[in-house]
Each structure stands twice: as C-alpha cells, then as structure tokens.
Design a protein around this ligand. Structure first.
Ligand SMILES: *Cc1c(COP(=O)(O)O)cnc(C)c1O
Length: 447
C-alpha cells in the first residue's frame, strides 16, 4: 500500500500559505462589504448578534447524543423555533431537520406522497408546477419519483387558472406554488386555486423561499396551503451563499403531523424531549443544522413580533422604489406594483446591443454584487433585483444612479460596458469554459 513516488503536494512555508488565503479572503464579496441585490436569494444583513449566540461554547460544545437532561436550554430554543414557525406561517407542526430549501421541498413532497398512499390513492403522482417556478420545484418532484406537469402563466405573470382547470384530475398529488411568485408578483387567485386543487383531491405545497415580504402580514396556512418549507438562510437572516450551511424547515397543517420525519422536539410542560419515532423516516442526521437554527432563533428574538411585521412592507417598499426609479431606462415587462423583488428585461434601448450580462459585469466595477441574471426564464434578458429590508435609502439611491449611468454608457460608450469588469482581480471570464471544463485540482508546476 505504500506509494512508490512522493505525493505531489504544494511545498511552501506557513507565512506563504497565510498570505495566500488572507489575500484571497480580501477578494470575497458579501453583504458585509456591499450591496448584494441578488434576486430570489434574500441577501439581507445578518446581524452580528446571531453569530455571537451561535458561537457560544455552551451551544457549540454540545454532543447530539448527550442526555436530554444536560441540554434542556438548547432543546428549548429548538422547540420554540418550531412553535414560532407555526405561528408565523399558520401551520400545525414543523420539522427543522432538512438542510436546504430544495431538501425541504423533497421532504414536503414525501409527506404528500405518504398522505396519498395512506389513503390508498396510489395513482396520484402528478405535481403541477407553474412555468415561472424556481428550478428546484420540478427537480424535487422528479427526485421524489413524481411526474411534473407545467401550468402556464398569464400575460400578467400569475398562474393561468383556466389552464390549471384543464390539468386537474384524480392523478394530481399536489400543486407547488411560491407567493409572491418568481417574478415578485403577488398571486391573487390562491384561494380559488386551492379550492380547485383540494376539490380534485390534491394538496397545496407552498415554496416558502419567498416568505420575506409576507412575514407577519399574511400566512400560507390561511391561504389554503397544506405543506410548505421556509429557508432559514434567506428569510430568517442566516448567512448563505457559496453552498454554505442552510436549513429548510418543513411545516404541515393540522392532521398531517404524523407524516413528518423524525426526530422533533416536544415539551410536556416541564421538560423538553427529543421525540424519536422509530416508524417515521429521517431526512438527515440528528436534529438538522443546529447552529443555523440558533442564528434564526436569535434573529426572531431580536426582532420581536412588532418589528417582524415591518420586514415585509419595508422589503416591498424598497423593491418598488428601485423599480420605479429605473423603469424609464430598463424594460419592465410587467408594469404592476411588485412585492420584494422585480424583474427587468434588459435595457429599454435595444439598439445599443448591450446585454444583461454586460450590465451585470459593469456593476462589479462599481462595487456591487451582480443581480440575478437570465432567471426567471420567462424573458430573454432577465435581470432580477431584490434589495431586502435591510438597505438604507442612501444605498438604494447610489445603486439607482449607477444603474442609470450604465444605461447612459450603453448609449455613449458601449465598449466600456461590453468589456467590463475592469476593476476586479480577474476580468471577464469565459463562463461556458469555466462550467464545462473546470480545473479544480492543484497541479505542481514543472520544475
Ligand atoms: C432559493 C430558493 C429555493 C431553494 O432553496 P435552497 O436552499 O437553495 O435549496 C427554492 N425556491 C425558491 C423560490 C428559492 O428562491
């Protein structure tokens, strides 16, 4: 088993390694360095107190198998988070086990499948998904072994209820929706959609990754949704990006609690218990991403009921302010009030040849993270902005003036936009090559 040749490992001293990583870390971009208007991602500020709490040794030194009596405080926080999510969403019970939004979707769909199986409704395998849905929705349904059926959007960007009617039969397991939808528009027909889907025997699934604008304003449970997930790493101010730790708790309405995965934390009026149901399946190790849950719980406590109510309206106000200030130079395909985010379809003046990619790259020169681009797929030049509630008026005004300046440059000096970015450590990369032929391993240079 001994290798015959020396391993090709990098050879350098500690100081060189320290400089290498320190200099790289200075090139990182995060919410803590600048505005990060990445649509559909809710890149809000994560207050430092959340990190402080989650780093308390009393919490980080816990072992997942230690006796319940020795970690009552941690279990109480966990239990209270389950309860808070029920109160915020109008659901009957929550599991905090899933590790991401997509993982939550899969877990929720497994709950829905079990519900139909339990009733002997084995033929219910279809999951209806709007054409504007986030890609994880059809992906989760497919991974769950279900059949994806797409429902069209109307001109106004909302689900086409007439088309939906033609898709409903006794093969429908569920309809998945996010509200506000991926275009940042509030779906007004949900009560009717829920009635139609329920009448044909299906369940309503709410993709709660867009819960931010609804926080404390209205609840998916009151709109007729039966199963849902939330993204603690979006709405509940825990850091995310770069595939970092997430948490996608799943909630179900009353009557479906027994279908949730195990374990959950319960309270008997005196002590907190880890309930392990031997018959129920599990979707991850132990209780989920405990420190992420603590960050979200800290955030909720620091906001309190009263301030939580301001999140949605402020996020909505910020998005509408930016949209209205730019729609004379960027094309707004659906010109209605938006919720927490909106989508432009490139520049209004198409004659410049400047694409959404060019605009996004030029924004980097001004110290901004790029918005979400070429998503949703409904428009050719989608550029999606979500400012979140945590940005100040000054930040929004500065962003607006830079976006206007780029639109002006597109007309007067298109080359500078086409060849952007100019101020980043690496200029414009070949995205296709980087995706298709990534070089990810260390290679020793020839000596
Ligand atoms: C982010 C997002 C998801 C997926 O969440 P992950 O944690 O990235 O898996 C699902 N739906 C919508 C609408 C989202 O914005």
């Amino acid at each position: 088993m001994l290798r015959s040749e020396e391993a090709a490992l990098p050879e350098c001293d500690e100081l060189t390694v320290v400089r290498h990583y320190t200099n790289h870390s200075a090139n990182n971009f995060g919410v803590n360095n600048g505005f990060y208007p990445l649509g559909s991602c809710t890149m809000k500020y994560n207050p430092a107190i959340d990190e402080e709490t989650a780093s308390l040794p009393a919490l980080t030194a816990l072992h997942p198998l230690q006796p319940e009596d020795t970690c009552q405080g941690a279990l109480e926080a966990y239990y209270r988070m389950q309860q808070a999510l029920c109160a915020i969403t109008g659901m009957g019970a929550f599991t905090l086990n899933p590790f991401a939004g997509a993982h939550g979707e899969l877990t929720g769909l497994m709950v829905i499948r079990s519900y139909h199986m339990e009733r002997g409704d084995k033929q219910r395998v279809k999951v209806i998904v709007p054409d504007s849905a986030h890609g994880t929705n059809p992906a989760s349904a497919a991974v769950c072994g279900m059949e994806v059926v797409e429902v069209k959007s109307r001109e106004d960007g909302c689900v086409d209820v007439d088309h939906l009617r033609t898709l409903l039969d006794d093969g429908v397991a569920a309809m998945m929706m996010t509200n506000p939808n991926t275009l940042g528009l509030f779906e007004h027909d949900i009560p009717e959609i829920a009635r139609l889907v329920h009448d044909c025997g299906g369940l309503m699934y709410y993709d709660g990754a867009n819960l931010n604008p609804l926080l404390g304003v209205c609840r998916p449970g009151d709109m007729g949704f039966d199963v849902m997930h939330v993204n603690l790493h979006k709405t509940f101010a825990t850091p995310h990006g770069g595939g970092g730790p997430g948490s996608g708790p799943v909630g179900v309405r009353k009557g479906l609690e027994h279908l949730l995965p195990s374990p959950r934390v319960s309270y008997d009026g005196e002590r907190y218990h880890i309930e392990r149901d031997e018959k129920a399946s599990s979707v991850g190790a132990f209780l989920g991403n405990f420190t992420v849950i603590i960050k979200a719980w800290t955030w909720l406590l620091s906001m309190g009921r009263e301030h939580l109510r301001m999140v949605g309206p402020l996020a909505t106000l910020n998005a509408n302010y930016v949209k209205e200030s730019l729609k004379d130079v960027y094309r707004l395909p659906i010109d209605t009030p938006c919720m927490h985010e909106f989508v432009f379809d490139g520049l209004r003046d198409k004659s410049t040849g400047i694409t959404t990619m060019d605009v996004a790259k030029r924004l980097l020169d001004h110290g901004y993270h790029a918005p979400t681009i070429y998503f949703p797929l409904l428009f050719h030049e989608s550029l999606m902005v979500e400012p979140t509630e945590s940005e100040s008026l000054d930040t929004l005004d500065a962003f607006i003036s830079v976006m206007r300046r780029i639109a002006e440059e597109a007309a007067t000096d298109p080359e500078v936009v086409k060849s952007a970015p100019h101020s980043t450590p690496i200029g414009r990369v070949d995205d296709v090559l980087a995706a298709k032929n990534p070089v990810l391993t260390y290679k020793r240079l020839a000596q």
